[in-house]
Design a binder for this molecule. Structure first.
Ligand code: MRU
Length: 346
């Protein structure tokens, strides 16, 4: 039986249904999108989040856009859809998967001739969705092979079924290793300011009866020092050609303290997160979000209004701090540009 987290993105009765991740774990509430602008808002407002999940939602968004454009102007729908593709593309700038999906959907659009585009594009969107689940299962298998029995692991943010088409990347590795009885304890960072760790990772693991221990972000160094941590396992939003990885803010500091404590550091991501056009992490655009995310919680302010806020929501972990990059095509130990080029050509 699939869990609720595996049903966070569903195409049903000609529209897109999204589990509203802002409401978890207190409320199970779904949002229905019949128009592409509703999908764009859902991505921007974090109803759906996590780089692969954003990409999959956008693929279904393209289907909705094509349907509306084709009804409006059957002869000019390809011109009409361009603005929607641009808006989807820009909805969350750091997620490589979103841009990968838009270019895959654009290729499909170019191949369509006279027919109603909805059926063809829906087929492509469903393929993207299914391929992501399969990739995550492969990532889970490869990653679990690196984990020894009785390991304590720590994860950051939510790189689980909720953040993907299903199964998860970092949580996919943890799920597979747990199923093989290799995991002693899973520590999950709360992940300020959105609390993806507390609200999403803890909920998702417990849905599958996998025990989890929550910690404040600032407790990670102490966990490494006192709890014999084997691995930090995280996902990624975009990986540059040289192996530098953008992921949820706080990942970089985890990698630094992992090095200090001799803890191994795994980045788990499908190859469509690897952006071969971007040479290093310095060239990755980091999304900045509103001050309210830092100074408020659920619209309740707890900091002085006059305080300035800097809220970059991702940071870059340099390749040299990464022990293993785990993809659906295999594992790269100590990633570098050469090794990534070989993997991408395989
Ligand atoms: O801001 P979010 O919640 O979209 O950030 C998500 C992350 O940083 C994840 O770790 C990343 O997208 C990988 S998800 C498989």
């Amino acid at each position: 039986m699939t869990s609720l987290a595996d049903q966070a993105i569903i195409w049903r009765d000609n529209h897109l249904v999204l589990l509203d991740q802002r409401k978890l774990p207190n409320k199970i509430q779904f949002i229905e999108c019949s128009l592409v602008k509703e999908v764009i808002t859902a991505i921007k407002d974090m109803v759906v989040r996590g780089a692969p999940a954003i990409g999959i939602a956008a693929a279904y968004g393209v289907v909705l856009a094509a349907r509306a454009c084709f009804i409006d102007s059957p002869n000019y729908w390809k011109q009409c859809i361009e603005a929607d593709l641009q808006s989807l593309y820009q909805a969350r700038p750091t997620a490589a998967n979103l841009q990968w999906v838009i270019s895959r959907m654009r290729d499909a659009i170019m191949r369509i001739e006279q027919e109603d585009p909805t059926i063809v594009l829906l087929q492509v969107a469903k393929e993207i969705h299914q391929q992501d689940i399969q990739a995550n299962q492969a990532i889970g298998d490869y990653g679990a092979q690196l984990i020894q029995s009785n390991s304590n692991v720590l994860t950051h943010c939510n790189a689980g079924a909720l953040a993907t088409g299903g199964y998860g990347t970092a949580l996919g590795v943890i799920r597979s290793a747990y199923a093989q009885n290799k995991i002693k304890n899973i520590y999950a960072d709360e992940t300020r300011p959105w609390f993806q760790g507390t609200r999403l990772t803890a909920w998702e693991l417990l849905q599958d009866n996998i025990p989890v221990t929550l910690i404040c972000d600032s407790a990670a160094a102490a966990v490494m020092r006192y709890k014999k941590l084997a691995w930090v396992i995280v996902g990624a939003d975009r990986i540059a050609r040289n192996g530098d990885a953008a992921n949820k803010i706080g990942t970089y500091s985890l990698a630094i303290i992992a090095k200090q404590h001799g803890v191994k550091f795994m980045v788990a991501a499908p190859t469509n997160t690897i952006d071969m056009q971007t040479s290093t992490g310095d060239n990755i655009e980091i999304e900045k979000r509103s001050r309210n995310e830092v100074i408020q919680y659920r619209k309740h302010s707890f900091g002085p209004e006059k305080a300035q806020v800097w809220n970059p929501v991702f940071d870059i972990t340099p390749a040299e701090l990464i022990t293993a990059l785990v993809t659906e095509k295999g594992v790269i130990k100590h990633p570098s540009q050469n090794k990534i080029e070989v993997l991408m050509q395989s």
